[in-house]
Design a protein. Structure first.
Lengths: 222, 80
């Protein structure tokens, strides 16, 4: 699997993401900088987490208007898989590649802990390494992960199986509506999620529950 | 030179945890009778030219494209 990681000033989870992609796909991803207007042909584009542009204006708002995001949108429209984690999810929403918005956590506090996730839809390119309704562990670390969408959008997301990860067992860390932790686009090829599967891929991390996401992507899923 | 002020506020129905926290803080300072607080943002802009109609249209485009997230926020533009 060929992959590319988008780099923007202020992101800080890029190294973890590059390590996870390299370890599991066997090939280091390409990196593309925010001013790049073209992205080489790859199977997967990842926007990692962090604090692009210091979260100025709104989380992800400035990053979403950078030239590289037009290139990401073009690739997404042609079916390339795109995954945004944490700040990457915020950027995809601000860029209009996914519906809804992420607001300040209901607690108003930054949360950095482990949560339980339910795989609400195991029938996507990103989740085929999991079984339906499987409960997995996953770390979260964010201040603005409180997903919101209007009633109509929410009904569509739920009806079409676009909610793929849900906080489970009472671990919703941010007040997110319907416990939503991750959603896919209508076409199913763009995923945004707040938790960090790249930080739970080897025993040194204390668990490997995030591994199946990457293994599913590279076709190594059991 | 045209001076303008853009005000961005959360839409009705969108929960505002920061506004709620401010509301509670006001109550704890003894300001009773505060029904609700909603937090927003203000942008003061200086635009070249003197055509107010054109400036207003441009400011609205700026709001739609960047200054506001219209999924959760409303905006108003006023030219002074």
């Amino acid at each position: 699997m060929k992959s590319a990681v988008v780099l923007l000033p202020g992101l800080n989870r890029d190294r973890d993401m590059i390590a996870a992609l390299t370890k599991i796909s066997g090939k280091p991803p390409l990196t593309v900088w925010q001013t790049d207007t073209e992205i080489p042909d790859v199977d997967l584009i990842v926007i990692p987490g962090g604090f692009s542009y210091g979260d100025y204006l709104r989380c992800g708002a400035i990053a979403a208007r950078m030239p590289v995001m037009r290139a990401v949108a073009e690739k997404a429209a042609r079916g390339t898989l795109v995954m945004g984690v944490c700040n990457g999810f915020q950027i995809l929403l601000e860029a209009g590649l996914l519906p809804g918005a992420l607001m300040r956590n209901a607690s108003l506090k930054f949360v950095c802990r482990e949560v339980k996730l339910e795989v609400a839809n195991a029938n996507t390119a990103f989740t085929r390494g999991y079984s339906p309704n499987q409960i997995i562990r996953c770390p979260v670390a964010h201040h603005d992960g409180n997903y919101f969408a209007d009633a109509e959008t929410l009904a569509r997301l739920e009806g079409e199986g676009q909610v793929v990860f849900r906080y489970a067992e009472g671990t919703n860390p941010n007040g997110s509506i319907n416990d939503i932790a991750g959603i896919v686009s209508e076409g199913g090829n763009v995923l945004g999620l707040m938790p960090h599967p790249e930080n739970l891929i080897e025993s040194a991390h204390g668990g490997t529950d995030g591994r199946a996401l990457f293994e599913g992507l590279v076709g190594k899923a059991a | 030179m045209i001076k303008a002020r853009v005000t961005v506020t959360l839409k009705n129905g969108v929960l505002d945890p920061q506004g709620k926290a401010i509301e509670h803080a006001l109550a704890s300072l003894g300001f009773s009778g505060v029904g609700s607080v909603r937090q927003g943002k203000v942008f003061d802009l200086e635009l070249e030219g003197a055509d107010k109609g054109k400036a207003e249209a441009e400011l609205k485009a700026m709001c739609d494209k960047l200054l506001a997230n219209t999924v959760i926020e409303d905006y108003t533009v006023s030219i002074t």
